[in-house]
Design a protein around this ligand. Structure first.
Ligand code: PMV
Length: 325
């Protein structure tokens, strides 16, 4: 059977940075995110009797050995659950080409998981798909449910999964992803996660986490944008402080990243409610309400930041009828 899934990327307001279990990808803390409407991956999978190894194609690009191994490992997880031995043909399309500064292992592994379990004939529920996706890439488990999502850190593999806390229609937010550099990051997030404990600020960050999550969820519930934006921005700075003080330190920001961070704060002083968050890369995510979108994009263009993608909250990973082969 052939199956095709479409999965959104997601942006975390409360970040996942640090693992309790490297192999199972169990996080240290819960995280909270929103799925993105305009950055996504589509993947078709078919298990076939007549092929001698997994055949994997992503955007017609050449994959590194490491990239290929990670996908084969994930297919092995699905084969183990389904108790099948057949190799798979996998074709994937990202709506963003490689080398754009957008990399999404989250959308990639979420789409691969749902397409593969469906192609293998497994009728798994959303929780089970999220648990499997998490083992491919941690943040991928947050791309599975709809809209605004929380990833419960859990104590073991079976209770570390994501669920929707509000549907995509809950709040008309925007995540305007501003591309700063086309170069891929030098330190992968997998590598970065393993360095977190070497930062002297790591423990302090974790201690304040449950209060911060509660406050963010309250702000989300009450649609209190000022409070929501401030927690989101402070949280990103907090995570980057841990990154920069790890041994060895990791610097994801480029000069243009900092320039836009400072501009965002200046725009706020000019009564434009917009906040930033940043993942493990140089791109900036500008968070605002729908009514502020035009002013934010005008400001971006006026300051020479022309390369951006406007996202609304979106549904999670789902099957689609059009196959890629
Ligand atoms: O899922 P990973 O291993 O790519 O880690 C994601 C890490 C951050 O993007 C920096 C934070 C997050 O919660 O998405």
């Amino acid at each position: 059977m052939k199956a095709t899934a479409k999965a959104p990327a997601n942006i975390a307001f409360i970040k996942y940075w640090g693992k309790r279990d490297e192999i199972l990808r169990l996080p240290v803390n819960n995280s909270v995110s929103m799925n993105l409407s305009d950055i996504f991956t589509t993947t078709t999978v078919e298990f076939l009797k007549n092929i001698k190894k997994d055949e994997i194609r992503i955007n017609n690009e050449t994959l590194s050995v490491k990239e290929k191994e990670r996908i084969v490992e994930h297919l092995n997880r699905v084969r183990a659950v389904a108790d099948i031995k057949d190799y798979a043909r996998v074709v994937t399309q990202n709506n963003f080409p490689k080398g754009t500064g957008i990399a999404s292992s989250a959308s990639g592994f979420a789409a691969l998981t749902l397409a593969a379990v469906s192609a293998a004939g497994l009728g798994l529920d959303e929780k089970a798909v999220s648990i499997l996706a998490r083992q491919g890439s941690g943040s991928a488990c947050r791309s599975v449910p709809d809209g605004f999502v929380e990833w419960e850190a859990g104590n073991c593999s079976e209770d570390s999964f994501s669920f929707s806390i509000f549907p995509q229609t809950w709040w008309n937010l925007r995540d305007i992803v501003v591309l700063i550099s086309k170069k891929s990051k030098r330190v992968s997030s997998s590598e970065g996660h393993s360095l977190t404990e070497s930062s002297p600020f790591y423990k302090t960050r974790i201690q304040g986490m449950s209060d911060k999550i509660k406050d963010l969820k309250d702000a989300l519930k009450n649609k209190d944008f000022g409070k929501f934006g401030l927690i989101t921005e402070t949280e990103a700075l907090n995570m980057h402080a841990v990154m920069m003080t790890s041994t060895p330190p990791i610097f994801y920001w480029l000069p243009k990243t900092l320039e836009l961070m400072l501009l965002t704060r200046k725009w706020r002083e000019e009564q434009l409610p917009v906040y930033f968050t940043i993942d493990a890369g140089s791109s900036i995510h500008l968070i605002c309400e729908g009514k502020s979108e035009k002013r934010v994009t005008k400001n971006l263009k006026d300051n020479g930041f022309d390369n951006f993608v406007i996202n609304k909250p979106s549904r999670g990973t789902h099957l689609v009828d059009e196959h890629l082969f």
